[in-house]
Ligand binder design. Sequence first.
Ligand code: NDP
Ligand code: ZN
Ligand code: ZN
Length: 361
Amino acid sequence: MPQAIGYAAKHSFSRLRPMTFQCDDPKAGEVEIEVLFCGVCHSDIHQAKNEWGNTVYPCMPGHEIVGRVARVGGSVTRHKVGDVVGVGCMIDSCRACEPCRAGEQQYCEGPNSWLATYNGPMVPAAKSPDGQNHYGRDNTFGGYATRIVVAEDFVLKIPAALKPEVAAPILCAGVTTYSPLRYWKVKAGDKVGVIGFGGLGDMAAKLAKAMGAEVTVFTRTEEKKKEAARLGVSCVPESDKDAMKALKNSFDFMLSTVPEKHDVNPYVQMLKRNATLAVVGALEPLAPENNMERAMHRKSVAGSLIGSIAETQEVLDFCAEHGIGPDIQVIPIQEINDAYRKVERGDVRFRYVIDIASLRA
Ligand code: NDP
Ligand code: ZN
Ligand code: ZN
């Protein structure tokens, strides 16, 4: 087994620090990827800090991974050594349940659900022919590391038109916003509202615009007006109560990317009849909703989780075709703890991407 190095948190209040670990050899159907870049998603921070209450330590985050195929196991046909490839939030799923058979692995109903790229259980039977866990750890390690081994079906092809560092955030921020835009059938001429203008919000605005929608972003940060103007989308600060009220019954679809519990009622008011507000940000209970408002106009408040493997490939290809991608700031991994603080303060435009070369230096 080769050695790899990554950055991990040892407990919920520790900084991420370098850590060496045993990496798998690629088995049949698996590819070994030398990681080049990894995006910093707000979920990494929730997980590293145990904000969802399910973190197993040490926790090595990273699920917006782009790298180069270093080795392939037997029977691999989709990827070859040297290909530039991507890995998102999932590295496997049960493959047998109804959602998996329908190609919606992110809604896997198998006994262990889908296998998360990091903080997922090391399922011994799936990891080793003798059913034993030889890795000296209980959970999967993500992309803040020099290498990762993944089942080939869960590895995406990075289009040549996308720079690898720009492609990285598309593997989570991109697909998490693309999937609901497609599911709720956003089309040219629709009015789309995006709540929270961060890593996901930036991608949501760009994707919806590329689909022909008229986009408005809602922000608590007035200075982001200039970034919105640069994208060619409208921007409403949440503090502008008159502008908020004036948008009653205006939107065909809204997407909330706010990472904390927040009051969705003002946004439900803004939906048109029959329209949906999908919440992808907060996993906490939503503030009490006004059901009268929903009932009177048959409005929905829904959730949505990342996107399928097919949708992940689709959104990568869509971004390449439309010449769009996230706004990124590339950092060496040694700056990761500072980057976490800045993401929490909303002080990034719009996604940090770690250059993994800094781990090899
Ligand atoms: P970012 O921190 O990059 O962006 C979130 C934005 O929300 C901020 O930039 C800020 O924008 C706004 N915001 C409003 N209130 C707060 C607050 N109290 N604290 C921080 N930000 C706030 O996060 P991401 O875009 O990476 O992720 C957003 C959320 O989506 C996270 O909770 C993440 O875990 C979740 N997520 C969910 C997925 C799913 O499958 N459902 C997949 C991926 C991520 P502004 O300044 O414009 O107000
Ligand atoms: Zn993510
Ligand atoms: Zn399944």
